[in-house]
Write a protein that binds this ligand. Structure first.
Ligand SMILES: [Zn+2]
Length: 236
């Protein structure tokens, strides 16, 4: 019986290793996803800032066009000054010209302010693009190492699966059924050691009589509290 129990312990060890590797693989997958998200967030920020810059440029072009139209109007009105007959008409026209010139001067001030904003936005965007390239390079490197780590882990998982099948084949069918049942009881291992009198599966003290029986490895024993298969293990 001792040998069979040792086989079950071995089987449990392989399955514990496999589930630890599975957890690791899941973590690697999440890390890769987070890197993708980080890159996408940076891309979206650049897209937004590029759109804002385009809006500023559009506003500038629109004001540029207003100034041109106003200048044309001033020019036309200045020509009309030569042909007006009454002084009143002349003064009105002159006042109109001044008004347009003042408006243009205001627009030109706004354009200067816009140019400053555009230049600042262009500079910011350039820095953002440079930072993005650095981020992209870093993420590519990190993803490569995640990938190789993940490949290694998957390979190890395949090996453990094969090892598990080999060991499981050594276990008699009825014992295997008991093992499978114990495994389905609860999360965590199906086979756990008892050190002293404590079940490592549930940390409960098993009856002293049972502890003594365990040392003899005469038959398969289950923890009376968590129903896992238990075996005696020396405290050392
Ligand atoms: Zn227990």
């Amino acid at each position: 019986m001792k040998e069979q129990i040792e086989t079950l312990v071995k089987l449990q060890g392989i399955e514990t290793d496999a589930s630890r590797i599975q957890v690791l693989i899941d973590q690697l997958v999440r890390k890769a996803e987070n890197l993708e998200t980080e890159l996408k967030t940076a891309e979206q920020a650049i897209e937004q800032d590029t759109a804002s810059l385009e809006e500023l440029r559009k506003a500038y072009r629109s004001q540029e066009s207003d100034v041109k139209i106003n200048n044309d109007t001033v020019k036309k009105n200045q020509e009309r000054l030569l042909t007006v007959k009454t002084n009143k008409e002349y003064q009105a026209l002159l006042k109109g010209i001044d008004e347009i010139k003042r408006r243009n001067s205001r627009i030109e001030d706004e354009m200067l302010a816009l140019i400053e904003q555009i230049e600042a936005a262009e500079k910011g965007l350039q820095q953002q693009n440079e930072a993005y390239e650095r981020l992209k390079a870093r993420i590519q490197t990190e993803k490569k190492s995640l990938q190789s780590e993940s490949e290694q882990s998957r390979q190890r998982l395949v090996e453990l699966g094969q090892e598990r099948d080999r060991v499981a084949a050594e276990v008699p069918k009825d014992l295997m059924r008991k093992y499978e049942t114990a495994r389905k009881q609860d999360s965590g291992p199906a086979v756990v050691p008892v050190r002293g009198t404590v079940c490592e599966g549930c940390n409960m003290n098993i009856p002293p009589q049972m502890s003594n029986e365990l040392r003899r490895f005469e038959d398969l024993k289950f923890c009376p509290f968590c129903n896992r298969i238990i075996y005696w293990e020396s405290l050392e």
